[in-house]
Design a protein around this ligand. Structure first.
Ligand code: ADP
Ligand code: G6P
Length: 501
């Protein structure tokens, strides 16, 4: 589905840990195929690269040792957001298995993910993993410079816009900048963080916090989902690096450059989800008899899945009238399965769901339906459309796209969105019912309120939510991003690029 035209003056090079698909071998004929990945970054950014004819630098999901070197073209039947991405637009990053494991699992997943989600007790700090992180960032940077040369050869007057994504690549910018300066290649460098940026109290726990901040500051423009994350970052630059900062205009001065910090809330291709919902198969035939509570998440400890199931159990204890006609459908995508904490979470959840089902199931009804896997976009849209309540209750989340996708798919009888204030989405989706996932009793009360909410209130809330999300969709996000980069490039080239005293 094409996006609205996005007028980018520069060719865009997206650099992210992952390519927007995983490459694997078709077990039937051994042919290489693309497998779509779940995750906020891919859902939002892949259509943009397709639309702007850009390049994507990233890890293909396989290692050199696996002997896969070629990027296959997309399947003609592919309807995913990456379908239009040609193999010539893809730059695979081949990494040695051990180095990659230290960087991805050891540093990104075991350290940055919990730390940035303000769960420092879960974070593991290890010097050798940090070294691997640095090495891998250098490799990504080298391939990005290669991509710049390629684009420059084709159109020498263009100034490529390099867009680095997420916590995997916080050190790449300075390497890219240095190499391009040496060769006289003009570029623009931007970074977007898809997870929260925590407060100084948390960031300072990281033993190499100064290197980290300097790495991010290698970009010209830095984007976060919400204002709080911007202010946290600016605060850290001031306190740790002693940078001159302007909180009002969101500027940080570093190495004789002024870096702009922008709040750019990511969103979804709204119209695409509406279309999907309009033609999706029916899941719930009669809502008066059958109500569906829905959760859709990667299986991650930040998503608050255990808290959610416990609150549902409390609901069934306290309000027995919901037994037999309310079902909780939890769809959980396997994620980071090599990491111990994720394996333990899976076990805990399996046991908890088993015990709740054992406690309440009757001959004709089980309270929890649990899908551990990826579902197709059509199926997902059907769940979103037919759910009475979508339960989006992370303990911490950068933004959360599921909340937005649910709202877009509410094309029939309006349901209710339950949202944690600890998700970035809680900042703007004011008509949702806010729930603190840690407070089990209150959580159960709010679940009951959502299930029994009168139709006119549901309509009113959903209408407003839909109106906002339709307007502030992923195209809006991109336009805002491109505008922020354009403004910045102009001011950085002019003499007045340093903050006024
Ligand atoms: P995160 O980026 O932390 O995974 P988000 O809520 O921002 O969280 O994004 C999750 C994305 O993954 C959404 O676009 C959602 O549609 C998709 N997704 C989540 N679970 C599934 C699933 N089981 N099957 C297919 N897609 C999923
Ligand atoms: C979040 C992160 C992304 C990441 C995705 C899936 O959305 O912000 O950068 O790609 O989770 O996680 P994974 O570790 O499987 O790439």
């Amino acid at each position: 589905m094409p996006l609205h035209p996005i007028h980018s003056t520069s060719p865009m090079i997206v650099v992210a840990n992952r390519l927007p698909f995983i490459i694997s071998k078709d077990p039937e004929n051994g042919k290489l195929i693309r497998k779509q990945c779940a995750g906020g970054l891919v859902t939002a950014v892949a259509p943009v690269v397709v639309e702007t004819g850009g390049l994507w630098v990233g890890w293909p999901g396989v290692h050199l040792e696996d002997g896969i070197v070629e990027i296959p073209e997309s399947d003609p039947e592919d309807k995913s957001p990456t379908a239009g991405l040609k193999s010539s637009q893809v730059v695979p990053v081949d990494l040695h298995k051990q180095v990659f494991d230290d960087y991805y699992n050891g540093c990104c997943n075991a350290c940055f993910w919990p730390l940035f989600h303000s769960m420092p007790d879960r974070a593991v700090f290890q010097g050798d993993k940090w070294e691997a992180y640095k090495t891998v960032n250098q490799e990504f940077a080298a391939l990005t410079v290669e991509a710049v040369r390629r684009l420059k050869k084709k159109s020498p007057n263009d100034v490529p816009l390099i867009w680095l994504h997420d916590y995997h690549l916080m050190l790449a910018a300075n390497h890219i900048r240095a190499a391009c300066e040496l060769e006289g290649l003009e570029i623009k460098l931007a970074f977007f963080l898809h997870i929260p940026f925590p407060s100084w109290d948390i960031v300072r726990l990281f033993p190499w916090d100064d290197e980290l901040l300097q790495g991010i500051l290698g970009c010209d423009s830095i984007g976060f989902h919400i204002e709080d994350y911007c202010l946290n970052f600016i605060d850290c630059c001031k306190r740790r690096l002693g940078c001159r900062v302007d909180r009002e205009y969101r500027l940080v001065e570093h190495n004789m450059r002024t870096v702009s910090v922008n709040h750019l809330p990511i969103s979804i291709p709204y119209d695409r989800f509406v279309k999907l919902a309009e033609s999706a198969p029916v899941v719930v035939k009669n809502r008066a008899k059958e109500q569906l509570l829905l959760g859709v998440d990667r299986l991650d400890y930040t998503k608050g899945l255990v808290h959610r199931i416990k609150a549902f159990e409390r609901l069934l204890e306290k309000y027995p009238e919901h037994r037999n006609n309310v079902t909780f459908l939890q769809v959980a995508v396997p994620s980071r399965t090599d990491v111990k904490e994720y394996q333990e979470l899976k076990e805990e959840l399996d046991q908890l769901i088993g015990s709740v089902n054992g406690k309440f199931s009757t001959a004709n009804w089980s309270p929890i339906r649990y899908i551990y896997g990826c579902v197709s976009q059509d199926q997902l849209a059907a769940f979103y459309r037919d759910a009475s309540v979508c339960v989006v209750t992370p303990l911490r989340d950068g933004m959360n796209l599921v909340a937005k996708e649910f709202v877009a798919c509410q094309t029939r009888e309006p349901g209710v969105l339950l949202l944690s204030p600890f998700a970035g989405a809680g900042n703007s989706m004011h008509e949702a019912l806010l729930v603190n996932p840690y407070e089990t009793n209150e959580f159960a009360e709010i679940l009951n309120r959502a299930l029994t909410m009168p139709k006119d209130e549901r309509e009113l809330r959903m209408r407003q939510l839909r109106r906002r999300e339709k307007h502030l969709d992923v195209n809006f996000w991109l336009r805002s991003f491109l505008k922020s980069v354009d403004c910045l490039a102009d001011s950085n080239r002019s003499a007045s690029r340093i903050l006024p005293l």
